[in-house]
Design a protein around this ligand. Structure first.
Ligand SMILES: Cc1cc2nc3c(=O)[nH]c(=O)nc-3n(C[C@H](O)[C@H](O)[C@H](O)COP(=O)(O)OP(=O)(O)OC[C@H]3O[C@@H](n4cnc5c(N)ncnc54)[C@H](O)[C@@H]3O)c2cc1C
Length: 393
């Protein structure tokens, strides 16, 4: 297979391009945005399984230069009393530690890595239509141009145009029942915080989490159950107005949450938690979905980016190892669908459980070595043939 088109230059698209390139395929990335879109944006926690996937693509090092590592998590209740404390993920090795970083920074560094390896990225290329045959796929872009390749990978996120073309009956994203607030507080940090610790607060009115960076900046989020923020509210409300809405939910508790939010200036943003219902079609004859386009989960488990990175490795291994593209796409879906759909369900459960633990998704990598973990390690290990792909495993 010579030419693969990756639609979307976000986390899933760039990682898939790196993986396909490493497997020896010719790849071009088509990204709707005119530039790499770096902004302040929301932050995310990249879990050990995501870092491990990046390591398979020889891309963990540049990412480990971003943000800061997290090696421990503690949880407190609404009275500020400790509930639990635990090490997080594969914390022994600098390249597999959980990291806290800004989502846009991660996207930008991965795009840089794609360019550094000579993989073309075409910006301002918004896909509007896809067609496919037994042997090729064609992408049509908003400017009227088109491109044809052996395979088209839809890495175009939650509102994927590729998904709607592949499965016009697939339901779009649904509101998962919580608004998510993000903020950054600098200057006088209102709480002492260890740089490698994430503190989760099981509050009475919101699930809250915070980390203090080595530069003494507090990164925080709050997940608030209730009706979705309207498009008008998101467009018109100022950070200060959102802050005043959030504070009354935090003030009754005896935790640092209200002080942290009160000390936040205009670096505060709000979004609705959205997810996709499991079950939609993932691939056609020469079209396949990865990342949020296939399986967006609400953010409670903190695994969306890591799952996208895992997809990239497994899809490239499947295409490398299977005898035909059809067998490769079946094999990819077979290995990925159960795991990512478990994540959607787990995240939805956390989201609907009022103010239950928001936990960055420690579950997979924090578990003691188990059969599942070993299975995942084998799936991700670049040199191990993908089981079921036809290449001797
Ligand atoms: C509030 C929030 C908090 C989160 N927190 C975490 C967390 O802590 N940890 C974690 O792991 N994950 C988290 N996630 C999830 C994570 O951000 C996503 O799972 C991840 O970004 C998915 O990457 P993606 O590349 O699939 O999609 P995206 O990052 O959305 O990238 C899609 C790309 O496709 C491009 N595109 C879109 N349409 C087209 C088109 N028609 N043609 C061409 N290009 C197109 C877009 O411009 C974009 O660059 C969070 C998500 C949200 C919303």
């Amino acid at each position: 297979m010579a030419g693969i088109m990756v639609i979307g230059g976000g986390i899933a698209g760039t990682a898939t391009a790196l993986a396909l390139h490493k497997a020896g395929f010719g790849v071009t990335v088509y990204e709707a945005h005119p530039d790499s879109g770096e902004d302040i944006g929301a932050f995310l926690t990249l879990a050990s399984n995501g870092m491990r996937a990046l390591a398979q693509l020889d891309a963990a090092e540049p990412v480990a230069g971003l943000g800061f590592p997290i090696t421990r998590m503690s949880m407190i209740d609404e009275a500020g009393a400790p509930l639990s404390a635990m090490p997080l993920g594969e914390h022994d090795h600098p390249l597999t530690r959980y990291r806290c970083l800004r989502r846009a920074e991660l996207g930008a560094v991965l795009q840089r890595e794609v360019r550094r390896r000579g993989i073309p990225i075409r910006h301002s290329a918004r896909l509007v239509a896809v067609s496919e045959s037994e042997t090729a796929a064609t992408a049509v872009f908003a400017d009227g141009s088109s491109a044809t390749g052996d395979l088209l990978v839809g890495a175009d996120g939650l509102r994927s145009a590729v998904r709607s073309q592949l499965d016009p009956t697939a339901p779009g994203p649904e509101y998962a029942g919580q608004r998510v607030f993000y903020g950054y507080t600098t200057g006088a940090t209102p709480v002492p915080g260890d740089p490698d610790l994430i503190t989760m607060v099981r509050g009475s009115g919101a699930a809250f989490g915070y980390l203090v960076s080595p530069a003494k900046e507090t990164f925080w989020f709050a997940r608030v159950p209730g009706p979705a923020a309207t498009a008008e509210e998101i467009a018109l409300m100022t950070p200060g107005q959102w802050r005043e809405r959030l504070l009354p939910l935090l003030r009754p508790d005896r935790t640092p949450a209200a002080d942290i939010v009160a000390a936040t200036d205009d670096r505060l943003l709000v979004t609705n938690a959205l997810h996709l219902a499991p079950g939609a079609r993932w691939h056609g004859r020469r079209t396949v979905l990865v990342g949020d386009a296939a399986h967006a989960a609400s953010p409670a488990t903190g695994q969306g980016a890591s799952m996208a990175l895992e997809d990239a490795v497994v899809l490239a291994k499947a295409l490398r190892d299977a005898e035909t593209p059809a067998a490769a796409l079946d094999c990819y879906e077979l290995h990925r669908r159960p795991r990512v759909e478990r994540n959607i369900t787990a995240s939805a459960r956390l989201t609907s459980s009022r103010t239950d633990s928001p936990g960055p998704q420690a579950r997979d990598s924090e578990r003691p070595a188990s059969r599942v973990d070993e299975e995942l390690l084998r799936l991700l290990d670049w040199d191990t043939p993908l089981p079921g792909s036809g290449r001797g495993a």
